[in-house]
Design a protein around this ligand. Structure first.
Ligand code: B12
Length: 215
């Protein structure tokens, strides 16, 4: 087995074991053989497994919370290895956040970081964001894109509502809307009239470039 493969397994296992020390040790080891994006993907795969075990009643909420904290700490370490946009003029302004009622922010934060690294100016509004704030920030900061995250089937309705609010404000044609989060799909994006969907953070950046005509 290659070191990359064994590192991926270590990262995955450390998250599933909801053990922050193990996660940080695995991350630091992995940094010597893998790129930051690959490390984040391996940690995210572990978080998905945590979700599966939570659903099956094999793990409980406190375990998920500790695993999430460990994942956040691991991502923070690898963020320093991501390429910086290098002080160039921003490609465009993007407003990101997790919709109201939803506190899941790990994936959204990764998306914001990668957009920033790709050269966007990102206003990350955080989690549990009132829908109005996406629109107000977009108007105030001349935002060209809104990226909304939702991790629950209940809160993903907020993505739809925000698009309706943009129409009511008369600015729907000025702002591209991208949606994401585990329950979102391309079919969902099409159904609610979003411009794009990204399955992961790398895809979010590619989609943003495509929608804004950035090569
Ligand atoms: C970690 C976690 C938590 C943590 C969150 C910590 C944090 N700071 O985020 C805590 C413990 C707080 C938590 C709480 C709850 N959780 Co929770 N949680 C999860 C878990 C296990 C992992 C989520 C995660 O971080 N994944 C890793 C990241 C990297 O992946 P990601 O978020 O999907 O993001 C990637 C892509 O989706 C995409 N992406 C994300 N956002 C965006 C945005 C854009 C614009 C684009 C283009 C792309 C994009 O790119 C990201 C990076 O690649 C999921 C299970 C799962 N499989 O999703 C359940 C899950 C989402 N939770 C669930 C539930 C039920 C809850 C609670 C209600 C539990 C409770 N009883 O209290 C509460 C919700 C409270 C609230 N009001 O929000 C359910 C939701 C079920 C549903 N009906 O939809 C899930 C699916 C678990 C399950 N299988 O039952 N949770």
């Amino acid at each position: 087995m290659t070191t990359v493969e064994s590192s991926k397994i270590e990262l995955f296992d450390a998250i599933v074991a909801y053990n922050k020390e193990k996660v940080l040790a695995a991350v630091n080891k992995a940094r010597t053989v893998m790129g930051p994006q690959e490390i984040i993907d391996a940690l995210a795969a572990g978080m998905n497994e945590v979700g599966v075990r939570f659903e099956r009643g094999k793990l409980f909420l406190p375990h998920v919370m500790v695993a999430a904290d460990a994942m956040t700490a691991g991502v923070k370490v690898v963020e320093q290895d991501l390429p910086k946009s290098g002080g160039k003029e921003a490609l465009a302004v993007c407003v990101t956040g997790t919709v109201e009622g939803d506190v899941h922010d790990i994936g959204k934060s990764i998306v914001s970081t990668l957009l920033q690294c790709a050269g966007y100016k990102v206003f990350d509004l955080g989690r549990d964001v009132p829908l109005r704030n996406f629109i107000d920030t977009c108007k105030a900061e001349n935002g060209r894109m809104i990226g909304m995250s939702a991790l629950m089937t209940t809160t993903m309705q907020g993505q739809k509502e925000c698009i309706e609010m943009l129409k009511e404000e008369g600015i729907r044609d000025k702002v591209k809307v991208m949606v994401g989060g585990a329950p979102a799909t391309q079919a969902w994006a099409d159904k609610i009239g979003a411009d794009g969907y990204g399955e992961n953070a790398g895809e979010a950046v590619r989609k943003a470039n495509e929608l804004l005509g950035i090569k």
